[in-house]
Ligand binder design. Structure first.
Ligand code: IPD
Length: 291
């Protein structure tokens, strides 16, 4: 049987080792990109993959299978891109984004991280998000709360870090919205309309909108209480599996639509759709909908 605490501790140590692979990868990244810029492009020039994403995923996958045995399931962004299936069943399953925020990584904008979610019996059990350049490691364990660790000094701090500010309406909210990597005209137009409504006095004006370029870190900022809401259309389970666990354990709420990948791991299957002041009242929310 599985000891959840042991799974979490092992996953934290794996994330730290992966952080070293990522930091090392940054040293040669500029030279690699200069040699062959097109090699980092996946489906378009805002959807990137570097050799470090692939090396980190291979490192993490091998460590997982060596430790937990061949019957363990692995779902990873780059394995999926290479043609593997995403099947979630009752097995112990690790859901991994080796670098969430790859565009940030290539620019040395420090908001990138490794995100590892662990599911068991099709439920999220644990999540670890580690941003090596920010010295921030977030953890969540089902029923046991979520924490921020700064690996340089090691002290865990319980999330949220401070009492959430009262949130009587969207006017007081600092929210995260993303453009994502699907840049089809219709998709961008829809997102621009949402941004316009939330930015303008004519609409449902919020206090501030940020796009930090990492789904996992956006979730962690909601969990720690420095942002009030994160909304995105079209995330994958590896982007938000760990972040959802961390938010839920910090007392926040996550919502996914029924048709997205994440709803398969039962993260609160309700569809919320539009953000209204009513749904925000008094709580921290992360809203993620399928495309
Ligand atoms: C992306 C980032 C980005 C979000 C995209 C994700 P990747 O992940 O999290 O913020 O807008 O939807 O796909 O491609 O850098 O791993």
């Amino acid at each position: 049987s599985i000891d959840p605490q042991q799974v979490l501790e092992w996953t934290i140590s794996l994330a730290k080792q992966a952080g070293s692979v990522i930091s090392k990868g940054r040293e040669t990244l500029r030279d690699d990109i200069a040699k062959d810029y097109d090699s980092i492009i996946k489906k378009n020039s805002s959807d990137l993959v570097t050799k470090t994403d692939q090396d980190t995923e291979a490192f993490v996958k091998k460590a997982i299978l060596d430790k937990w045995g061949p019957e363990t399931k692995f779902i990873g962004e780059e394995s999926y891109a290479a043609g593997e299936e995403n099947v979630l069943d009752d097995a112990l399953t690790f859901i991994v984004d080796p670098i969430d925020g790859t565009t940030n990584f290539t620019h040395a904008f420090p908001f990138f991280c490794i995100s590892i979610a662990v599911a068991y019996k099709s439920q999220l059990l644990a999540g670890v998000v580690y941003a090596p350049f920010l010295d921030r490691l977030y953890t969540g364990l089902a029923g046991q709360g979520s924490y921020l660790i700064t690996p340089s000094d090691g002290t865990p701090r319980k999330l949220p870090l401070q009492k959430p500010l009262p949130l009587p309406s969207l006017k007081q909210a600092l929210i995260a919205l993303e453009w994502g990597s699907d840049r089809k005209h219709e998709t961008v137009e829809r997102k621009a309309r949402t941004m316009e409504k939330l930015a303008s006095q004519r609409g449902n004006m919020v206090q501030g909108i940020r796009s930090i370029g990492s789904a996992a870190l956006s979730c962690c900022f909601v969990a720690e209480g420095s942002m009030d809401l994160y909304h995105e259309i079209g995330c994958w389970a590896w982007d938000i599996g760990a972040g959802f666990t961390i938010i839920n354990e910090a007392g926040g709420l996550t919502v996914g639509s029924k048709d997205d990948t994440l709803s398969k791991i039962k993260a609160n299957g309700k569809e919320l759709g539009i953000v209204t002041p009513q749904v925000l009242q008094g709580r921290k929310y992360c809203v993620v909908r399928g495309a």
